[in-house]
Ligand binder design. Structure first.
Ligand code: NDP
Length: 400
């Protein structure tokens, strides 16, 4: 029996689990293991009557390597799909090494106390994974994830060299709250309140948070303000795609979101420095998370679409060429299908596909790899089949 252990049972995991259950030929068994077992049990209760996939559940503290090893040894999955938080990446990778089990995640490791995400910690595992004969597939969400697959696909089929990539992440959804985050608030706010950066001529160029703004007219959504952010896939794509001169990442934000965020920042609510409150140490950002709407509750209220993709500029047969690959996803359609909004959907579907690539042996090489280091074609085909069809534009409007 082919089995996958999914760690975490939040917004993204819930979508990935629905998708595994739609894909029982590959996912014959899954174990949902997370901190709060009742969430895993509730999902099992909902899905087991309508799927052939055999679902098991377990409680696990993914910060504890020994606990993870024991659970992996008892279930013996073919792959562990890490959909907990970035802080757990290394403990889960350690447990995979100890049990010689393949590993897939959607976000790179970030230490709890520094809010700086980069690949160096996970890339340091390369030799160990090679020696153990197992694969770690890093960043199998949408961005990172599909953006890397799009880049590998563009490189393979459309270009001799790619010189410029602009990744555009647009959420045209409206949840009706004055302020809420679409995924884990702590991770989201850490990401958007950090300095921006992009890579030009092999060097990182740093900007103030939200310093660089552009306006873009997104198909399916319309005109939106977007801001340059630091994003983790810039680091790996700049190394893995031939000919890169500049790579940037933009995300759309509405004015109300930014005004709320600025205000929260100004009063210290987004800080990750612990403070004492009534004799107890608390982290302001974690407290803020506790009072904000749970991203999982946004599903029924969110209307509109997302449009995420990459604009490539490069050369083919000696001539300049532009090419845009993107996906449009509708919040309400996602909700009807799996009970989640499009942000979790666009991450959970590629997470399932990444695990499928490893479980079926379609992607099969020992070591630690970013997603663009594999053949993009089977993944691109699976995106069309499993709910994230892509579109291409050979004459896109460029971002200056
Ligand atoms: P959620 O907060 O909704 O879910 C996280 C889950 O992990 C929760 O079920 C939580 O348990 C569980 N968890 C947290 N800590 C532990 C622990 N120590 N041991 C066991 N389980 C734990 O987050 P999301 O679903 O929004 O995000 C999941 C991942 O996806 C994150 O790493 C995020 O960065 C990534 N992501 C990637 C994107 C991409 O495009 N690549 C986009 C969006 C997110 P509990 O239920 O008890 O809280």
């Amino acid at each position: 029996m082919k089995k996958c252990m999914i760690i975490g049972c939040g917004g993204v995991a819930s979508v990935a689990i629905h998708k595994c259950c739609q894909n029982s030929d590959v996912f014959e068994g899954i174990m949902i293991a997370s901190r709060t077992k009742s969430k895993c049990d509730a999902l099992k209760e909902k899905l087991q009557p309508i799927t052939k996939t055999v679902i098991e559940t377990a409680q696990v503290n993914a910060d504890n390597v020994d606990e993870l090893i024991e659970l992996i040894n008892s279930y013996k999955p073919d792959v562990v799909l890490n959909l907990a938080l970035p802080y757990q990446d290394l403990t889960i990778m350690d447990a995979c090494l100890a049990t010689k089990t393949h590993y897939v995640d959607t976000a790179n490791y970030e230490p709890l106390d520094t809010a700086k995400f980069e690949y160096k910690w996970q890339w340091a595992y390369r030799e160990k994974f090679e020696q153990a004969g197992i694969t770690a597939l890093l960043g199998s969400g949408f961005d990172p994830g599909v953006t890397g697959v799009f880049s590998a696909y563009a490189m393979k089929h459309q270009f001799d060299e790619i010189n410029y990539i602009d990744i555009l992440d647009c959420n045209g959804g409206d949840h009706g709250y004055p302020f809420a985050t679409n995924f884990n608030p702590e991770i989201n706010i850490r990401e958007v309140s950090a300095k921006g950066s992009y890579i030009e001529d092999g060097k990182w160029i740093e900007t103030e948070p939200m310093e660089i703004k552009r306006v873009y007219n997104f198909k399916g959504v319309g005109e939106k303000d977007m801001y340059l952010l630091h994003h983790e896939e810039l680091e790996s794509l700049a190394l893995n795609i031939k000919g890169i001169k500049r790579i940037r990442f933009f995300m759309t934000f509405g004015q109300s979101y930014l005004t709320h965020l600025k205000c929260l920042e100004n009063v210290g609510m987004t800080s990750i420095e612990p403070i004492m409150y009534e004799g107890k140490e608390i982290v302001p950002l974690q407290f803020l998370k506790a009072v904000l709407p749970d991203p999982a509750s946004l599903g029924p209220r969110t209307v509109g679409k997302t449009n995420i993709g990459c604009i490539f500029r490069g050369k083919k047969d000696g001539k300049d060429k532009n090419y845009y690959l993107y996906n449009i996803c509708d919040h309400q359609e996602c909700y009807k299908e799996v009970g989640s909004q499009a942000i979790s959907y666009t991450t959970g579907v590629p997470a399932m596909i990444g695990a499928m690539m490893i479980m079926t042996g379609t992607w099969n090489k020992a070591g630690v790899y970013n997603i663009e280091e594999f053949d993009p074609d089977p993944f691109m085909e699976a995106l069309n089949k499993w709910g994230l069809p892509w579109e291409e534009d050979f004459n896109p409007v460029l971002v200056d």
